[in-house]
Write a protein that binds this ligand. Sequence first.
Ligand SMILES: *[C@@H]1O[C@H](CO)[C@@H](O)[C@H](O)[C@H]1NC(C)=O
Length: 657
Amino acid sequence: MALSTLLAHLAAGRFAGVLALTSGGAPTASAAHRVLHLLLRTSPPPPLPRLVALARWSRAHFRAPLPLRLHALLLARLASDGGLHSLLRSELHALAAGRLHSPASILRALPASSRPLVADMLVLALARASQPLAAYDAFLLAGADYPRYRPSAFSVNALLAALVRADRVDLAERAFRAALRRHVSPDSFTFNIVISGLCKTGQLRKAGDVAKDIRAWGLTPSVVTYNTLIDGYCKRGRAGKMYHVDVLLKEMNQAGISPDVVTFNVLINGYCKESNITAAIKVFEEMRQHGIPANVVTYNSLISGLCREGKVEDSLKLVEEMEELGLACTLSTLNSVLNGFCKKGMMVEAEGWVDGMAQRGMKSNVVTYNTLVDGYRRLGKMKEAAAAKGAMAGKGISPNVETYNCLITGFTTSRDWRSVSGLLDEMKEKGVKADVVTYNVLIGALCCKGEVRKAVKLLDEMVEVGLEPKHMTYNTIINGFCEKGDAKGAHEIRIRMEKRKKRANVVTHNVFLKYFCKMGKMDEANVVLNEMLEKGLVPNRITYEIINSGMIEKVVVPYQQVTVAFNFDEFDDVASDDYRDSGGEQENEALAISDDDVMGEAVYDEEYLRSRKQQPISSASEEDEEFWLEHDEEEEYSLSTSEDLEEPQRHKKIGNS
Ligand SMILES: *[C@@H]1O[C@H](CO)[C@@H](O)[C@H](O)[C@H]1NC(C)=O
């Protein structure tokens, strides 16, 4: 075999020719690997870029990865040539994307001299190949095994970003600390990524501490740092969060950092979410004074904020303004306005708006029609609601689980079980999987009818298909048992709930309290009340009403004891209990309808059960999310142990029906 001919083939990229010259010419992957191995050990080796080309050709041609040891040898050769790092990166990426080897075995296969450098680039490759946990492993292993390992900010940033994206902020934080110990030179990105992760998980105080560290590293916080922190407070902060935001804005000002369009958008969005439209508009005006032009995001936040507050007329002015400025209204802007009309029951205008959307050349989507369906449902106009679903189908848009949830909610309210059953069949037929809301609505309806055992069956089914029941789910069933006078059944459900790490909340206690009052068991009622106060749960309006009608009249509890712990500001937020008060009393009326009719036998049909698998909650847009929350207005107490969430935190209700 003439080496010169072989090299000529190689140089010209005639890789099949290279193979033909060697090992009897059998064109197999292993022949290619043998040649590559041979050439890598030739001294001096042929130009490395040609060998990489040969490796790539062999991978593509034979659809076979290089054996790990061979690949590692190629990587080591590439690592020893400072000019070839981009090839090294892409070969590492190929190795990472193959997902065939653990980081440990890759690192072990590398010749010792190249390990620290290649390890760093491997971390980067794995992070970029969306394998955050493997990247984290590689990072830890390299740190443990090679004293000379000094990660680059580049790789560390990619690692941190991948971990935060994968919701592993805990690991990101650890990696960040370890990187600093290993003398990485952090840049402001490094800090901003960690801060954004901490904000994302509500660890606001910690995020602030990391921001304070930035200067200790000779860096300065940027407008991004402040935007991230402000956004964190706006989205995750507790009561008084706007105070923290103010402090941050002042700090920013003192540091000579000017707010940018993102800062203003974050603020506007924050105030809108707080239902403080006045403040949002004020920020909007300040933005003008700063000479910073509002963009689509600004307008979208304001428009949806106004519509949520029922100020749809004001939002129309902003839509006009937007169009005058040449900013394209997005579908979500137009859907927000539609939501504004629907919330006010202005269905004629709503229908007109949907027609107008088509005239603007904007294609309506499932959210558009769900908004309409929900608008009619609110008014109890179920015929029109169903017609809106029909119109949707006419446009070639498939109803989704939210469409069905909305209709099922409406029909259970009007006790039209036949329609409910029809919708369940249709969902099954169309492969639309029931979600937590669907189950909650059905469970609520069954409990209303006094069919608590059937409700429990649905609860079992939920868990079986991988859905996590909510407090509301359990509380509804507990109430169902109480309504039937079955305290034992109620307690069993409470125990089930607590086994799934859901602490009994105010509503749970209210249910038991009400039951014991009704049964005249005042000692037990008192126990429940004391337990509630001892746990630091804040009684709500319903608690107050129960006590007022059930206990104080009978002089069981000193009034004082309750009012002390009672926060009157929360009256308006707690409408959640109401739904169940309309329940059990009318059970006899509901019983007139035969069992089979109720939810449709479909619910208990084995095949149906099997056809249901877990469906991830995909709330792609703001509207979807809002719709979701409207059905789940119960206040919940978080059990999160993160330091900023230590105390029970009430999730603010967004929907307001
Ligand atoms: C709205 O926000 C402003 C500024 O933070 C505050 O002063 C005001 O009290 C808020 N209003 C309401 C109703 O929360």
